[in-house]
Structure formats: structure tokens, C-alpha cells
Design a binder for this molecule. Sequence first.
Ligand SMILES: NC(=O)c1ccc[n+]([C@@H]2O[C@H](COP(=O)([O-])OP(=O)(O)OC[C@H]3O[C@@H](n4cnc5c(N)ncnc54)[C@H](O)[C@@H]3O)[C@@H](O)[C@H]2O)c1
Length: 298
Amino acid sequence: MNFQHVTVAGGGVLGSQIAFQSAYKGYSVIVYDINEEATGKAKERLQKLQANYIEDLHASEEEVQTAFQRISYSSDLVEAASNADLVIEAIPEVIDIKTDFYQKLGSVAPAKTIFVTNSSTLLPSQFAEATGRPEKFLALHFANEIWLNNTAEIMKHPGTDENIFDEIVEFAKSIGMVALPLQKEQPGYILNSLLVPLLDAAQKLLVNEVSDVETIDKTWMVATGSPKGPFAILDVVGINTAYNISHAKAVATGDPTYKKIADVLKAEYIDKGKLGAATGEGFYNYPNPSFEREDFLK
Ligand SMILES: NC(=O)c1ccc[n+]([C@@H]2O[C@H](COP(=O)([O-])OP(=O)(O)OC[C@H]3O[C@@H](n4cnc5c(N)ncnc54)[C@H](O)[C@@H]3O)[C@@H](O)[C@H]2O)c1
């Protein structure tokens, strides 16, 4: 199938990025959101994204303006879905909201339309039935700052048609992503299945006073050749997010080490305004964090 018309449902942080990237690569895109206020906000986000493409990718004014003009907006699902080859869902990470959305979408979209979810933590099999077309439904998961972090994890559920899966792999490549296929459902996809245990282990070493931030990062960097250690990565993720994850795990499991991690992140970092790279300070100071210094690995 040759996709031409892409509808992105949800014009928030990720939806607006997916919409702009798809338009930048030549697709005609409709951003669907719940009401005109929300589509207005999406349009503002898309307006701002143009500067990122110029600065980070050296795109020309003309290129970004052409991309912006390929995007239209709708708060009417019937209109937004009526001609879509593909609907990319990037609405809130709430089971009831997504289930309700897929039920409505499934009843108004034409039979040809493929649906993909950008959900980070929910599995496509949770919504396959609600879509009414499980064979044409799967996950297509992007990373924040899609124009720079261009991974696309493509994950089927047991009922996804193999040809549809292949078409989404090709679509992901066509919008400049590195396509990363997953043949089975896996919570956290590939990236978080690798990253979360690493980040957890690093924080446990720290709060159990086995070693310090710089030594732990240095160990990882020297031993694996990686440009960043786990605490440098946590600074990019943001300390608030790291806190929320450990806090939730402490509540869910009762594991005292997760509670200790959450307590340390709150008292030593969040309460002191050290929220990560975006705010200039987290585990390291920015710009020019010490782990980027030439003598750091000595
Ligand atoms: N933020 C990230 O870093 C990130 C990364 C990868 C994947 N995701 C996933 O992308 C999805 C969206 O996340 P986000 O961070 O962009 O959220 P967000 O809160 O920034 O945006 C959600 C958008 O959905 C709209 N919305 C709410 N209900 C809707 C409905 N019923 N129909 C249509 N639109 C509706 C909201 O108005 C809002 O514009 C989630 O599933 C999340 O797991 C997020």
C-alpha cells in the first residue's frame, strides 16, 4: 500500500512531533484533537517545531514552511478519519480514553485504514478488539524529539497481519526513522527493556552507598565505550520522571530500595531544583558536564 494521507490523533507533545515529521517527509497530515482549543494548541506546537528543524537539521525556511502547510486540523473524528490510510494514535496514556477512542475510530474509519498506537507502556493487544480490525492494528512507538532521536519501535500483537506489519516498517523508514521491528509483544519495547534495568541498577548502587555518580558512570563508559553513563542518561530523562518511576515501583512492590531512591531523588535533587539537563543541573552541571571532559575517563 502506498500511504498518502496520515491522521495523527492527539496533537500533544508526541503527536505534534509525529505530525511534523510525517509532513516534513512529504505526507499530507491531519491532526485530530478533542476540540478547537486543543487543535489550536497543537498548531502552536507545530509552529514552534519549525525552529528545531532549522536549527538541528539545517532545514531551510521553505522546507519547514512547506511541511507546515501540509498539515491541517480537525476536531471531527469522522472528517479526520474519512480519507486516512493510516491513523497514528498519540492520545493520553489512559486505558479508558484509548479504548473509547478506538471504538469510535473503528466505527467511522474506512476499511482500508491502518491504526497504530504510540503508547509507551500499554500493549496493542489491550485495544485490538476495540479497534474492530485487530489485523490492521499494531504499535509504532517513537521517542521524544523524534527529529533527533529517530527510533521507531514497531510491535505486533498476536492478531496483527504480517503484511500490515511490513507496511508500517516501510512507512517508518519513509519518514526518516530507524525501524526497529519487534516480533512479539514486550512491555517497554526493546529500548526500555534494556534501559530501565540499567538505570535502576545505577540508582541502587548510589543509594546503597556502594559508589558515587561519577565512578558509576565512568565504569560504564570505560567498560562499554558508551558516550554517557546511567546518571548522564537520567539527567536527559529528567529527575522528576525518574522520581515518579521509583515512587510508583516503591508503592507497587513495597521494595525499600525503590523508596530510598525516590526519597534521595526528592530531597537531594528535586527539592533543590536540580531537575536534569534541561534545567542546567541534575547529577551533573550543564552545559559542559564533567563527563564530557577529556580527563573524565582517566
Ligand atoms: N511524551 C513522551 O516523551 C512520549 C514518548 C513516546 C510515547 N509517548 C506516548 O504518546 C502518547 C501521547 O503522549 P504525549 O506525551 O504526547 O501526551 P500529551 O498529553 O502531550 O498529548 C495528548 C493529546 O491528546 C489529546 N487528547 C486527549 N483525549 C483525546 C481523545 N479522546 N482523542 C483525541 N485526542 C485526545 C489531548 O488534548 C492532547 O493534545 C501516550 O500514549 C504516550 O505514552 C509519549
